[in-house]
Design a protein around this ligand. Structure first.
Ligand code: XMP
Length: 579
């Protein structure tokens, strides 16, 4: 996979691996000489135009290596741009979304593919003239050359995206390229790598021991477990930092899983009071994240030093997975929407000295899960939803002012700010609350936000006191009382969501405590079930009516809660978490 800067690059590599063929991602500029010996090369899409200065490019020599090449989207345009005779036309209007594709010539890539099918398009520029030796093989209404082929040299370009689920028959095309054109064998199976990974761990450790910071997440737990298998209990140690910002039962769960694997080689570091003290009176989300990150570094450094894990006999283990390890081709660094604090500076010393072992660095998330399953880790651990590092703190919103809710044409503006993302930029705005919940309201949410400049989220009132005209924000931040309120709410939601099977139909289910309510009931609860593939974009998911009713009734028994709301907003324009 040559990465031309597209968010779809990893998606393609993952699809290829799912089909049983090993794929590695390399920068698009990788010299052709380094690609010799590969079965096939796929060039990914990307956001650039071939005419932009500094846009990702490829070594044209790769087209004469005799290796089959498939260019997808921008990858196809690069082929037209770099091979004699081809021409890319700069587009003024793009083509985004579904399009009807008609194949106009039969080639090996389209074998078994419907001559008329619906495909996913996302491009502005397009190929105007096919390079010498190529023929156009498909069209759409606004893209006359939607595919091209040089069957003789096994070079193919497609403007649409076969890797996204919306493209009908996308798998047929990838399969044709991999198996019939490139002659790949179906021999990639991540669980067969286990022995090799364990050997690699022993090799990297070279007699030294391995220390982990456990989070309870899938990646670090699988990585830890592999090290344990490779080196034995005496040579692997893990510490878990209890920040006090965890969900109900989390510390106990992690303790149980780890002590059953590692016995005495596992310790819990109690840092609850420190974290709470640092967060006192802090409302602004980025400040909160920064403080939590810094406190994490401080605690980790202390553990490393006092536990003597910094001495020459120890190296650090991390659960880093494949998408986190590679530098992509030419993507400019995206604007920071939210600071993630997982990669901390305190452990940098070990990293810089190469005293680091990352057993999962070649695997994707779903592959990590299957490895975890194969080595006998429980499903309860492997199938967990993602949970953010800063924990409940970023779901426990604060407010610096007392301010009443304001009437708007379609509902009430709640005077609480939350983070959103519009056109790749961060927003920090208020929330519109609709008085009535209905499934149709999900459709309307984005539309409403487009018309209200001071709002980036829409929620609907579900249960509680319906007099929204009396609601107001209160002055508060993260404190133990409000954390406990949120923790109870989160536990109720999780229990009902798991019992009803709803949990398996969604990707993540954040619960948010909103400092907006009535005298004596200063807070409200927001339910935020979403579906997503990788957290980059997300769809707000409506809850089954019966479950919503049952959940709300139980949530309203928590003292201090005025109402339950359902978040209706996709990402973008909102983000998954509120902070
Ligand atoms: P947003 O809110 O940015 O979240 O739409 C996208 C995904 O990232 C998770 N998230 C985090 N994960 N450390 C993490 O490990 C963090 O600081 C962090 N912030 C957000 C979020 O839960 C969602 O899955």
């Amino acid at each position: 996979m040559l990465d031309a800067g597209g968010q779809y690059c990893h998606l393609i590599a993952r699809r290829v691996r799912e089909m049983g063929v090993y794929a590695e991602v390399r920068p698009s500029e990788t010299p052709a000489s380094e690609l010799e010996g590969r079965r096939g090369i796929i060039i990914s899409g990307g956001p650039a135009s071939v005419y932009e200065v500094g846009s990702p490019t490829v070594d044209p020599a790769l087209f004469s290596l005799g290796i089959p090449v498939l260019g997808i989207c921008y990858g196809m345009q690069l082929m037209a741009h770099r091979i004699e005779g081809g021409k890319v036309i700069k587009g003024s209007r793009g083509e985004y979304g579904m399009a009807t594709l008609e194949t106009t010539a039969q080639d090996r890539l389209f074998e078994g593919f419907q001559p008329v099918s619906e495909v996913w398009m996302s491009h502005r520029d397009r190929v105007g003239e096919t390079p010498d030796g190529f023929v156009a093989t498909a069209t759409t209404a606004s893209c006359p050359v939607a595919a091209m082929a040089n069957d003789w040299q096994k070079l193919y370009g497609i403007q649409f995206h076969p890797e996204v689920v919306h493209t009908q028959g996308g798998k047929i095309i990838l399969g044709n390229f991999l198996f019939s054109i490139a002659g790949c064998a179906q021999d990639w199976e991540p669980t067969r790598q286990i022995e090799e990974i364990e050997e690699e761990i022993r090799h990297t450790a070279r007699g030294r021991n391995v220390f982990f910071f456990a989070s309870g997440g899938v990646d670090s737990t699988v990585a830890f477990s592999l090290c344990l298998r490779a080196l034995g209990k005496d040579r692997v140690h893990a510490a878990y930092v209890d920040t006090g910002l965890m969900r109900e039962g989390e510390t106990e769960f992690v303790r149980e899983v780890f002590t059953s694997m590692a016995g005495d080689s596992f310790e819990v570091v109690d840092a609850r009071q420190q974290f709470l003290a640092h967060l006192k009176d802090v409302v602004e989300p980025e400040t909160k994240r920064k403080l939590i990150g810094e406190e994490f570094v401080a605690v980790q450094s202390r553990v490393l030093e006092t536990g003597h894990f910094l001495n020459g006999n120890w190296i650090l283990g991390q659960g880093t997975i494949y998408p986190d390890t590679i530098e992509s081709g030419g993507t400019a660094k995206a604007e920071v929407i939210k600071t993630h604090h997982n990669r901390v500076a305190g452990i940098q010393r070990l990293v810089e000295k190469g005293r680091l072992v990352e057993p999962l660095a070649q695997l994707y998330k779903d592959e990590v899960r299957s490895v975890g399953r194969a080595i006998g880790l429980p499903d309860a651990l492997l199938d967990r939803h993602p949970f953010p590092g800063p924990g409940l703190a970023i779901r426990c919103l604060g407010s610096a002012r007392v301010e009443p809710a304001r009437r708007a044409s379609s509902g009430w503006i709640l005077p609480v700010l939350s983070v959103g993302v519009q056109g790749d930029s961060r927003t920090y705005r208020q929330t519109l609350a609709l008085e009535k919940y209905s499934e149709d309201a999900f459709q309307a949410a984005t539309e409403l936000i487009n018309h209200l400049s001071d709002v980036n989220r829409v929620v609907a009132f579900v249960a509680g006191n319906p007099a929204l005209e009396n609601y107001a924000s209160s002055v508060c931040a993260v404190d133990s009382l409000r954390l406990e309120r949120l923790r109870r709410a989160d536990a109720i939601v999780r229990r009902l969501s798991v019992e009803s099977g709803f949990e398996d139909r969604i990707w993540q289910f954040p619960i948010v405590l909103l400092p907006c309510g009535l005298p004596g009931q200063p807070d409200s609860i927001v339910l935020r079930p979403i579906d997503s593939v990788d957290g980059m974009t997300a769809r707000a998911v409506p809850m089954p009516a019966g479950l919503l009713e049952q959940m709300s009734q139980q949530l309203l028994t928590i003292e201090g809660i005025a109402a339950v709301f359902h978040d209706l907003t996709n990402k973008p324009p909102a983000t998954i978490e509120w902070e």
